[in-house]
Design a protein around this ligand. Structure first.
Ligand SMILES: [Zn+2]
Length: 98
């Protein structure tokens, strides 16, 4: 957890062995605070699993967003064709004013 803002989205930047523990540099993506903390390999693995789960949520949200956007564009294009609002000129390259 970020000591600056309390976010639980901290990301490990690098880690180096420090005795039995790892000295880990963490960066908060919400307040950009960079901190160092000692963690066991198990704690670091748990952080890695949380990051993977969060990344999967973001990728799923992105894919839903792209699908919704593409569906809306396709529906709009289909409606324009159905109303006979489009012609060949609509697909011609833009001409620049001389
Ligand atoms: Zn923070």
């Amino acid at each position: 957890m970020c000591p600056g803002c309390g976010s639980d989205l901290v990301q490990p930047l690098r880690a180096e062995q420090h005795g039995a523990e790892l000295l880990v540099e963490l960066r908060c993506p919400e307040c950009f605070l960079v901190t160092q903390t000692c963690q066991t390999a198990r704690e670091l693995a748990a952080l890695d699993r949380r990051q993977t789960a969060s990344r999967e949520l973001i990728v799923a949200a992105y894919e839903r967003s792209v699908e919704e956007s593409m569906t809306a564009l396709a529906d709009t294009l289909a409606e324009a064709f159905a109303r006979d609002l489009l012609g060949p000129d609509d697909f011609a390259p833009l001409r620049r004013a001389a």
